[in-house]
Design a protein around this ligand. Sequence first.
Ligand code: GLV
Ligand code: MN
Ligand code: MN
Length: 418
Amino acid sequence: MRNLTINGERLWASLMELARIGATAKGGVCRLAASDLDGEARRLFIRWCEEAGCTVSVDRIGNIFARRPGRNPDLPSVMTGSHLDTQPTGGRFDGAYGVMAGLELVRTLNDLGYETEAPVEIVAWTNEEGSRFSPAMVGSGAFTGVFELDAALATRDNTAPALTLGGELERIGFAGPAPVGARTVAAYFEAHIEQGPILEAAGLPIGIVTGAQGQRWYEITVTGQEAHAGPTPMPRRRDALVGAARMIDAVNKIGHANAPYACATVGFVEVSPNSRNTIPGRVFLTVDFRHPEDAVLTAMDQELRAACAIAAATQNLEVDVKEFWYFPPTPFAPDLVGKVREAAAVQGLPHQDIISGAGHDAVYMARVAPTAMIFVPCVGGISHNEIEDAKPDDLTAGGNVLLNAVLDTADAVSGSGS
Ligand code: GLV
Ligand code: MN
Ligand code: MN
């Protein structure tokens, strides 16, 4: 394996320039999927890719592919990238790092005059975050056939339901002409900040990601009866918010009860009518469960349903628990993971194996192509927060690992990919 290096200062400069689009007062980024700011970031990315000599195409769900041809243009590509959308209180690196690391890789190949055997493609997937439009990983999910295209385009904005993902993509000029999924991919790599505390605590610059934990997302609707806050005696109430509060507490307890690996979060709650002197008649809430073992996720599912049924019965409420999204724990391709490990070793970078706690487009890409990820530490293990931070040296180290792993793979492609 080669031992080449990217230009870390150029990578950092690109990340900082991109982070100006949607910059928040606290130093983070708010660039929701298919918003005007997402469109602006996409156009900057495309300009940079074209300046680097890539041919850019955009598919119907807005995924952007920037292609650098190889010696043999008929070979399936080696693809790398991530996403440009962020959480509402997002940081400068989640997603942006993987896309900019791909761009820096191509710029470095140009500097070196390096011609790969197979084409190399940088990808920016649409709506990875799943915050404005749920679920997450929608662009890669449509690309890999997990989501039916029309259904994905019809997904509604969580807080402005008149708006659809498809309509918003058209509005910002990113409902592209390319058919979704019509590309052959020999291998997929994604570089990302860890978004947790493990690498920083271990003092390691590189995580070799062996796979991602599974997730189950739920939408829960609790129905009681609206009534006057003054004349309605306590025993007669059907207070949906009291039932929901007990369910939220149960979700948290389920997370703790399945320690050390379970994660359980309620991140979105809507109370209706949300008036301080009316007893709440309806509550909508979301649940996000994660675990590296599918059997534990199944057990958590049963615990959730039982807890919701009890909370509803004791408050004389109705509850609807709908599983909204699921993907099982996903192992990455051992050969490709091995290339990442070898690249870290060749670079003399201390590393350890790690399982991704977050969802990534790599999870869906792993269904159609050999896939691997590279993690670098983030400060304090904090992400999905405006204070998210990462050290330039670590980002450069991850870019170097990506470069050498991608080159080794792109020079070895022979047959047809997926
Ligand atoms: C993606 O950001 C996730 O929720 O894991
Ligand atoms: Mn991400
Ligand atoms: Mn994220």
